[in-house]
Design a protein around this ligand. Structure first.
Ligand code: NAD
Ligand code: MG
Length: 392
């Protein structure tokens, strides 16, 4: 790909937190990008506004019920409108150099894989796709010669400092974690946590699902699995370190005792800009890191007793096969129920654990089996959640 020619770009999940940050950067450097397609779940007006602002050719809502509103909001713009899950996949199929994968959850799997199969450069924010289909996903990337650029801040940091040519020199990967809003809370105090408290992250402003994942620390668990697949690392080499300031985004330790880190203000526009411009760099309007003002950076070991989700994710990675898919699907159901006030905060991990117990060991040799396992895990998690609700 030439780097002086504008990059054509598709954003899956354009109305979300990552999608909006991506379009913010694109809007500041219009000469560098041409927007092919934008997709969203159901927020038709917001999507149409974004599509008009960046001059997209196509806008797609996954929810067919939002088609009328989208059509109307785009009238007179010349921007094509479409709706339905298949239309989202078709948007990913349209030729573009770069696809930002920023749908939340396993719903992003099919469109992201479609973009992978046509050999696109993928900015991967949607970690759930890698967690639920890890080995298969990586196989497809290799087969198609696609390029996977991690957008998740920790993995983007690792990508920037990891010597991929000489893996024998790498001793371990150290994923940093903010610890979330309940980092120093007693477990008993977490029982009554509300969705409002859980989504109020101390450092990052993010979508609701990932904010809850940060609060349970399932996010870090998903990220351990994400790192294992992305960087082909055995789980023993992936360590988690709590770092409440979210300035050191992650580190790689080498066999000679060197530790390389990537630092920056906690603003997703830095890793997004890195992926959009890769292998060059582009301006990002983020606060510059002022370590003198910050003064102190602190680190502490994670507590898997108060935050069992982290242990569950590690166990799922150790079990291998379909266990990470089950973990992810059950977590998506439990988090949605928590956000709907149908499930307690501490019960999220309990639903995940009981679903894992019932489906452990199922293999995922192909994409159909991933989708079937995801489906079954969601059903069992829903049952477990209903049992919890009756008890409460
Ligand atoms: P968000 O909830 O703000 O946005 C999600 C986007 O996906 C929206 O555009 C929504 O319309 C779309 N969407 C939701 N369900 C869909 C469906 N069924 N079909 C099609 N589209 C659907 O989420 P976010 O915080 O932007 O996170 C997106 C992804 O990036 C997640 O996987 C998250 O883990 C990851 N991520 C986010 C951050 C962050 O700072 N927000 C950081 C690292 C990784
Ligand atoms: Mg992250």
């Amino acid at each position: 790909m030439r780097h002086d020619a504008p990059r054509s770009l598709t954003v899956l999940g354009a109305t979300g937190s990552i999608g909006a940050s991506t379009l913010d950067l694109v809007g500041r450097a219009p000469e560098r990008f041409r927007v092919e397609a934008l997709t969203a779940n159901s927020s038709a007006e917001e999507l149409a506004k974004a599509a008009r602002a960046v001059g997209a050719k196509l806008a797609v809502v996954a929810d067919p019920a939002a088609y009328g509103a989208l059509k109307q909001a785009l009238s007179g713009s010349g921007i094509e409108a479409a709706a339905g899950a298949e239309a989202v996949v078709e948007a990913a199929e349209r030729p573009s150099d770069f696809v930002m994968s920023a749908i939340v959850g396993a719903a992003g799997l099919a469109p992201t894989l479609t973009a992978v199969r046509r050999g696109a450069v993928i900015g991967l924010a949607n970690k759930e796709t890698l967690v639920c289909a890890g080995a298969l996903f990586k196989d497809e990337v290799r087969k198609a010669g696609a390029t996977l650029l991690p957008v998740d801040s920790e993995h983007n940091a690792i990508f920037q400092v990891l010597d991929r040519e000489r893996p024998e020199g790498v001793e371990k990967i150290i994923l940093t974690a903010s610890g979330g809003p309940f980092r120093s809370w007693r477990r008993s105090d977490m029982a009554g946590v509300t969705p409002e408290q859980a989504v109020a992250h101390p450092n990052w402003s993010m979508g609701a699902k990932i904010s809850v994942d940060s609060a349970t620390m399932m996010n870090k668990g998903l990220e351990v699995i994400e790192a294992a697949y992305l960087f082909d690392q055995p789980r023993e080499k992936i360590e988690v370190l709590v770092h409440p300031q979210s300035v050191v985004h992650s580190m790689v330790a080498y066999v000679d005792g060197s530790v390389l880190a990537q630092l920056g203000a906690p603003d997703m526009r830095t890793p997004i800009a890195y992926s959009l411009a890769w292998p060059a760099r582009m301006q990002a309007p983020v606060e510059r890191l002022d370590l003198g003002r910050i003064g102190q950076l602190t680190f502490e070991a994670p507590d898997e007793v108060r935050f069992p989700a982290l242990r569950l994710a590690r166990e799922a990675l150790a079990t291998g096969a379909g266990a990470p898919s089950v973990l992810n699907a059950a977590n998506e159901i439990a988090v949605a129920a928590f956000l709907n006030r149908e499930l307690g905060f501490l019960a999220i991990a309990e639903v995940v654990e009981s679903t894992l117990e019932r489906l452990a060991g199922r293999g995922i040799p192909d994409l159909e089996s991933v989708l079937a396992l995801d489906h079954d895990a969601r059903r069992l998690a829903q049952e477990a959640q209903a049992r919890q609700a009756v008890r409460a």
